[in-house]
Design a protein around this ligand. Sequence first.
Ligand code: SIN
Length: 445
Amino acid sequence: MATNLTSKICDISEPVTFSSQSFATDRWVTNLKPYVIATVGLPARGKSYTAGRLNRWLNWKGLKSRVFNLGWYRRELYPSESMTHEWFDPDKEDQVSKREKSLSCCIDDLKRFFEGGGIVGIIDGTNSTATRRERLQGILAGFIDANRILWVEKICDDPESVLENILTRKVHHEDYFHASPSEVVEDFSKRIQHYEKNYTRLGGPADSDKKFIQIFNVGRKVILNQINSQLDLKLAYFLMNLHSKHITIYLTRHGESVAQLNQIIGTDSDLTERGKGYSDRLRDFIDRETAKEDKMSVFCSTLKRSYKTASSFLNSGKYVVKQWKQLDEINGGHFEGSTYSIIAEKWPKIYKLRQGNKYVYGWPGGESYQQMIARLENILLELERGSHPILIIAHQAICRGIYAYLMYLLPEECTEIEIKSHCVYKFSFEKKNEPTVTRFDLGLG
Ligand code: SIN
């Protein structure tokens, strides 16, 4: 059954289309020259976490990025060596030259990455001495403008946070395959002491011309130096929003709606009885899943089927429900209210173009996936900022976009991801910094 079809639609022969180049909501993502981000700081300060998050976000924004982790080069070059703390002793000359070799290999790969069209290379290492930073800057000067190197320093002087970081991120680390947690803590603490001997923070007179962002104790204080380009500012904003911990995110489509039952695209229809039942089951499931949490955010859209699914979380001391316009379903334009089979029959050209490349082609008067993704940016920043679990109750296309971001896929890979109705997708980070998704079917079909 089709409703709301306007006669205007008959005059439109093609969907709205934007090429990747012409459709950039932000000018800063186009025509960029190579740019390097280099982390600075003692071990266990969250540098790799930050590098990984920056990488995900930059790729999502259309800037081809990659992390170059110095520890990875070290392990590749010296696979049979024991990586206990002695390896990091700055007074052992052999070890120092091996670490320099790791840096050279990393820089060779970085160059190749830029030659192959890469835009942002993230060097993830300690870079903890002024000498090392000058040397790195000198090498990079051969192929990068000095004003395209950003140093990001993570400083943490809270021993409990450092210990927590060691326990959560180093205990399963490749450097410590056969060690117990207490052995890891002991050895890693000694590794930190080796670095402390020569550590110099950014901010000395030699750094006055450097672009840097210094983040103290998970953002309690942030210092920005020479941050002036659009990209610098965007990165600073992102880093200031970034929380230091992985949080669990739950993602689900709304309960069944009347339009969905009739296979109608879009509209703002209400929940069916089954859809209302899903709202209750979802609440029971989340209650059980997050029993140990005292606070949780629930995000929904401004469309009935989404906020009514979220209604079972209202009036609770634990759940904070927030509606976001940005979470509204992809806009079906003049085809809202129609069905795929009617469109295929009456407007085959439009149907074929859209099915052939949903990412770029939007329904006439509506949105493409590419446009929808652009409006998700604030939501993604909320996920980066969050310090408690978040449940998102949204719509199929929106869930696809968020799923792709959380699983480190590129936005254009999102269009065919299967998001089943009446299922909850749980995103967490197990052991090493790897994202994991688990699907829970709440049994409503
Ligand atoms: C590492 O080898 O794990 C880090 C190397 C460094 O940047 O100090």
